[in-house]
Design a protein around this ligand. Structure first.
Ligand SMILES: [Zn+2]
Length: 119
């Protein structure tokens, strides 16, 4: 069982306190329902994070109450926050990640070219 008092992880903290708080609030409002016994807990309590997501998902996992494996339904709870968190830090984070991957790819290619003597 995950720690219910846990704080947002390093990636969410990197995106600023407003984003981290909004992500935690949304993760607490997403509910996981067990198909066997009906046990319900939040994504946050299960140790997960669900942010800027839509619709209903199905996660195959073991229920902590009845112990059965099954496709748990993940859906927005009745107290889902109506105010959405800031989107800009998330966009900037994804852009930074893409840029980082491009730079890493270029560095690998350049070193391979240099190694085989093309450069
Ligand atoms: Zn269950």
């Amino acid at each position: 069982m995950a720690d219910p008092d846990r704080k947002p992880g390093p990636i969410l903290r990197l995106m600023g306190p407003a984003t981290a708080a909004a992500a935690e609030a949304e993760s607490r409002a997403w509910l996981i329902h067990c198909p066997n016994c009906g046990f319900t807990r939040s994504v946050w309590d299960a140790g997960g994070t669900r942010y800027k997501a839509a619709g209903t998902a199905r996660w195959r996992m073991r229920c902590p109450k009845c112990g059965e494996m099954g496709w748990h339904r993940v859906e927005k709870g009745p107290d889902f926050p109506t105010t959405s968190g800031p989107i800009l830090p998330l966009v900037l984070f994804i852009l930074a990640l893409v840029l980082l991957i491009l730079i890493a790819t270029a560095a690998v290619l350049l070193s391979v070219f240099w190694f085989v003597g093309i450069l």
